[in-house]
Design a protein around this ligand. Sequence first.
Ligand code: NAD
Length: 321
Amino acid sequence: MSILVTGAAGFIGAYTCQALAARGERVVGLDNYNDYYDPQLKRDRVAALCPQVDIRTLDLTDRDGLAALFDEVQPTRVVHLAAQAGVRYSLENPHAYVESNLVGFVNVLELCRHRGVQHLLYASSSSVYGDSATPPFSEDQRVDRPRSLYAATKAANELMAYTYAQLYGLPATGLRFFTVYGPWGRPDMAPLLFSRAVLAGRSIEVFNEGRMRRDFTHVSDIVAGILGALSQPSAEPTPHQVFNLGNHTPVELEHFIEVIATAAGRPAHKIYRPMQPGDMVETMADTRRAHAAFGYAPRTPIETGLPPVVQWCREYFGSAA
Ligand SMILES: NC(=O)c1ccc[n+]([C@@H]2O[C@H](COP(=O)([O-])OP(=O)(O)OC[C@H]3O[C@@H](n4cnc5c(N)ncnc54)[C@H](O)[C@@H]3O)[C@@H](O)[C@H]2O)c1
């Protein structure tokens, strides 16, 4: 009865490994430690959060290596979090998304199918809602108008998992995460970018002239959702489900920046920029489905979740913030 976590050195992956290990599960992780952002941060994160977890260095596109790992570990459940993340980078390097998120995803699906995995849980994203949905986003709204290739790969993952569930009876659950933040977070995302810039007295770029609302979700709430989804078997006729995991409380970007500035004890110098291609103006999760299925109830407002992120940036990045 072991659980394989992919993307285990990543932001959400390392916290997931930590929580599973704390629950006494047998966990094995994999990660390719790529340099989309500093791999040293990934190593330090693992050392801080889940040093006891066995994490192998492996790329999802290495089919033989992945098959050998499945044979060795014989996971009954797979939490698939490894992906090329980031909306803006998908405009610059589309092939990274095709390789990790499409080729890599099929490799995971195939092994789950052939090795009899009992439940595949995988990371989708709020970005699948793209141009079609109106907030609050609920799982039955359309997701066929993505605004970026990143979003397109995540929507494709949902279709691929649905197909495997239909054809081969592989129970699969997609989790649409909404802008996740916390200590040890991703340095390419606004919470860390803004915190570090404010701490260092640098100006921050604020897109769409600040007229943006995001459903920022604390990583502890996301991990609680992952654990909840993992323990509930698929209940639908076709064993594929998707759930929003968000905070259900969109926050104005200007307020978000204010909270950071207050925690940093320094003013934020803002440079207003137009909307970036691929971005969404507002995200907001309707979380009723996850609540009904496994009691998902996010409990962290940014006023309590964000100051520790600023503090962590101060400690981790020091004068290099
Ligand atoms: N953080 C968010 O706000 C957010 C929002 C929506 C969806 N997601 C999704 O959640 C998942 C985890 O995101 P995260 O924020 O922890 O990102 P992350 O980049 O910190 O973690 C992903 C990890 O996967 C690894 N990885 C990437 N490609 C790989 C490959 N081909 N083989 C092996 N390992 C590979 C990376 O090295 C990284 O450590 C991703 O699927 C992401 O798309 C995240």
